[in-house]
Design a protein around this ligand. Structure first.
Ligand SMILES: Cc1cc2nc3c(=O)[nH]c(=O)nc-3n(C[C@H](O)[C@H](O)[C@H](O)COP(=O)(O)OP(=O)(O)OC[C@H]3O[C@@H](n4cnc5c(N)ncnc54)[C@H](O)[C@@H]3O)c2cc1C
Length: 354
């Protein structure tokens, strides 16, 4: 008899899982139930360019980019790596490229195009998409297996119904509203990650990483960054003693920021005090709250102790959980989508029985 699979949720994880089942066995009947539009969430990824993965091919190194889920992902990535994902995407006509910072995008630089290609592939493989919100598993009793690919937050109710515990959700990968306001638009590079000053506070990959690592810390939070190398500044002030303090500092940090931070901007380098130099060593931020603009994922989700290495529920052998609904989340850089692809593969492989 034909195996019937229901996938709840037509986000990246659900769609990839459906395609991997079909790749493995065309005869399996796959239906996606999506309350909204399939792959709508993909459109906003990577600022519309879809940062679909990250070029790290060592499984353990890759997994280090997930503050929650690192160890769980070892075997998941081992079985379906970044290279496997890229190879599969290529096979369905999605060419990719690797940016200098190792982030991977479709060659089209278009999340819309990526979405259309994936949807086209679903159609070619006769995967049905039904617009329906699944509120209870009872409605799916005529399916052999169920894959819950229901994303953060909205999916937790269904998981609870199935007896699963949910690790408390918390927002991750967002900017901050800070007490200190600096001119917006300035960017600082801190150990390779950019920090961006916004109207309300700070944002950018460096801040996203901080919000991810501190997802469960209470507000107010405090952040101190190294601003400049004061030894190098001292040297330069010595060798350019006639140059103004502000102009010399502007050789190290953006001029707009120097204008705000250097009180005696026009003071000659020769007359700058030790204290004035030391004041520029670090920059501190009193963080009031999260700024909801940015790339937001949810930390928390279905407890990984209740899920096996194939993403199958240990409480119900016919149910799988994949993607963001799990207590897994990564930094910004394509890691969250890679989690979706690799978990989608794991469930598909188990469902197909190989
Ligand atoms: C603005 C933004 C930008 C991002 N950019 C990137 C990026 O560039 N790279 C990256 O790696 N990650 C990025 N992310 C994170 C990434 O989008 C998510 O990790 C990913 O979408 C999670 O996929 P998913 O399939 O698990 O869940 P979702 O994408 O949330 O999909 C779940 C789907 O299930 C449906 N659903 C839920 N419950 C039910 C139900 N009961 N019945 C029927 N349907 C249901 C929902 O409507 C939804 O379509 C970004 C996130 C945001 C918000």
């Amino acid at each position: 008899m034909t195996k019937r699979i229901a996938i709840i949720g037509g986000g990246p994880s659900g769609v990839y899982c459906a395609l991997q089942i079909k790749k493995n066995n065309k005869d399996i009947d796959v239906t996606i139930f999506e309350k909204n539009k399939a792959l709508k969430t993909l459109l906003a990824t990577g600022g519309g360019r879809c940062n679909l993965s990250y070029a790290e091919y060592d499984v353990k190194e890759l997994a280090k980019n997930y503050p929650r889920g690192e160890k769980f992902l070892y075997s998941i990535f081992y079985n379906h790596s970044v290279s496997d994902t890229l190879e599969y995407l290529k096979s369905i006509g999605i060419e990719t490229y690797i940016q200098q910072d190792k982030r991977i995008f479709p060659k089209s630089n278009s999340a819309r195009d990526m979405r259309e290609k994936l949807l086209g592939e679903l159609e070619r493989n006769n995967v049905k998409i039904i617009k329906e919100e699944i509120l209870s598993l009872k409605n799916l009793s005529n399916f052999d297996k169920i894959v819950a690919a229901i994303g953060g937050h909205s999916g937790y109710e269904l998981a609870k119904q199935m007896g699963h515990t949910i690790t408390t959700p918390a927002p991750s990968l967002h900017g901050y509203i800070t007490k200190e306001k600096y001119p917006s638009g300035i960017t600082l590079n801190i150990n390779g990650d950019n920090l961006l000053f916004t109207h309300e506070g700070i944002s950018g990959p460096y801040v996203y990483k901080h919000s991810s690592l501190n997802a469960y810390s209470k507000y107010p939070r405090f952040l101190e960054i190294s601003l400049l190398d004061t030894e190098k500044l001292k040297e330069k002030l010595k060798t350019h003693s006639q140059k103004s303090f502000g102009n010399t500092v502007s050789d190290f940090i953006p001029r707009n920021l120097a204008k705000v931070l250097v009180k005696n901007f026009d003071k000659q380098g020769a007359h700058v005090t030790k204290e004035e130099i030391e004041n520029l060593k670090t920059l501190s931020f009193n963080i009031i709250s999260a700024d909801n603009k940015g790339e937001i994922v949810t930390a928390g989700g279905v407890n990984l102790k209740e899920i096996d290495k194939n993403c199958k529920s240990k409480l119900n052998k016919n149910v799988y959980f994949i993607g963001e609904v799990l207590d897994i989340d990564g930094f910004t850089g394509g890691f969250n989508l890679q989690n979706c692809w690799s978990c989608g593969y794991a469930a598909a492989k188990d469902i197909c029985g190989n």
